[in-house]
Design a protein around this ligand. Sequence first.
Ligand SMILES: *Cc1c(COP(=O)(O)O)cnc(C)c1O
Length: 330
Amino acid sequence: MQQWGDTVTIADIIKANSVIRQYVKKTPLIRAEKLEKLFGGAEVYLKLENLQYTGSFKVRGVVNKMLSLSKDELARGVTAASSGNHAQAVAYIASIMGAKAIIVMPENAPATKVDGTKGYGAQVVSFGFTGEDRELKCNELVMGYGYTLIHSHADPRIIAGHGTVVTEAAEQLLSYGYDCFDEIVIPCGAGSLTSGASLASKNLMPAACVTAVEPAAVPRITKSLEDGGPVTVSMGQTIADGLRVGKTEPIIFELIRDNVDVVLTIGEQPILDAVREVLLRGKVVAEPSGCVGIAAALDGQIDMSAGRRVCFVITGGNMDSEMIHKALDG
Ligand SMILES: *Cc1c(COP(=O)(O)O)cnc(C)c1O
């Protein structure tokens, strides 16, 4: 098994922020006045990673990781296990760098996601149904063909790359005349974004409260913090498909424990309501995983009173028309 380095520092994130520049978009930080009408007077800022290349923030960590590979490793090719946005990010960055990508996806993966991944030129191997199935298959490909595994979350370079969402947002906030949010709200699945983003926030905007939101159906970080160590939870059903991860990695647990102030869980109905409000009022196409922060605010779990500046990271926008219909129907 591959060994991960032990941790991530703010210097790693700042370095990532400069090396990934030519490969990622500086996504807009907007103020969403129409959404503010739903709340108690707080200013609502959205960091729009749904507009990032491939439709999610995932390219940030992936390119930071792939830039660290040797020429030899790139020539042999990369592999990744993913059912969703990580697959598309690896496929896209590999194509830009001229590397072969072999992505292991579940046999029941939606055609849109398989087609999206193939569309960036990757080879898709359909295998099994669970995350463990896919990881086993990936390891087999690594051993058999010498591919390099691009792990979706348990890798310091992935975490540092994802942290650039916040270095960028902190810089963009200056153009609104402020140097700190009162609160930054981050959707949390496996927790690699939360790890990097919270570390960046604590260093660049120490006064901001860092809040992570996970689905009540998969309360992995909540349970891990209660237990005082990384736990694995059974996987409930949630429409936030990017947040369905059962296992907590130690490196992620430690970063979240040290840098996140509040962890919230959110039910399914508020997530669906949030997708609709973000779409109709915010004019932003955001997938359910990207809307759990707004959902927590709609659910009354975040202080949205007047005078506060709250930033929501909108992590992605990849959803099919069926999901949009479902959200509009409420
Ligand atoms: C991957 C993903 C997340 C969760 O990121 P983690 O690092 O796994 O916590 C949230 N939203 C979207 C859209 C994603 O693709």
